[in-house]
Design a protein around this ligand. Sequence first.
Ligand SMILES: [Zn+2]
Length: 355
Amino acid sequence: MSNKSNPYQDTEKEILPILKFTNEPLERIIKQKSCNQTLIIVDDYNYKIINKLTGIACKEIIPIEDSNAKSIEEVKSSLEFNRVIAIGGCSALDFGRACAKSKIDIIIIPSILSTSCISVDCSIIYDGNNHFSVKTPIPKEVIISFPLLTKSNEDIVKRWTFSGIADYLSNISATIQFIYENNQNLLKKKPNDIIQVLNNYLPDCMKLLKWILNDFTELNHNALMIIARHLYNAGIIVIKNKNPKLSAGTEHELYYYLKLHKRYNRDNPTHGELVSIGTLIAAKMLEEQFNQEVLFLKLLSVFKKLKLPTKLNEFKGINVKTEDIIEGFEHVKNSSLFWKELYSHDLLNSCYMAN
Ligand SMILES: [Zn+2]
């Protein structure tokens, strides 16, 4: 992944996005927030709903499939606008943020809690062959509409939301990788201490892990609110931290590899389901190399609760081929010292067979 230069780095001090929860449906939020200088970027699914609405003042409503660099450039060069409202899953939000050509308002309305990207100040965009991260303005508001989040059937809402949690939990494998490369002694402590070490690096993420393990029972209104707040925090940490290495590591490289070379898309398996594989294997590597089994066992329980795969035969259920995972890791393991030195094919079996 390459980082393009940051056109916003000289702006005055950061103002973090405001997180708003509402029981208003999408239609009403748009009518309140949009004016004739507003560009509305929306995924295909919600476009069908919005396009039928009458009385919306806006510059244009643009349906998008993917955060494609060429389409983003076209929008930027052909339209004048001072506000973007981005509605949908991560691709629509990535696209919307990346449309900003100067200081403009960006309002994010996630339709699903599918990833931990709802409040970040960057976008992943594709140029046909590659993906890269571009710096974008910090969103002005992140609006969580409960009617919008829960409009699909319960199983779909669960799958997307659990995927968002899995995406956030991948901060754990990314951070282990970072610690291995920078302060390996921290990994050699007593088994329970690794939780303390991760608590220091990732307090909010580890709090979410603990909450799922001990308190989460059903995906009701309150649980959605707690999860949305954590996913929002994940983005704030990215804005404040300026260290992307704690948020995404080799588990994400695997995702990008499979997306590009095996045509995996974001729907099945979801982004979070796919990165969860790397997270669990990273914890297994920690167990085998440093006798740190506590983290692996905790993740295992959490993954079972979130219906993420914990056995090889569950890969089929999320449309993942074991041979693709093996091939993928073979290609991406050199992206970090931790994976390069500790990963082997056998781990897939010891991680996903023995449970
Ligand atoms: Zn991710």
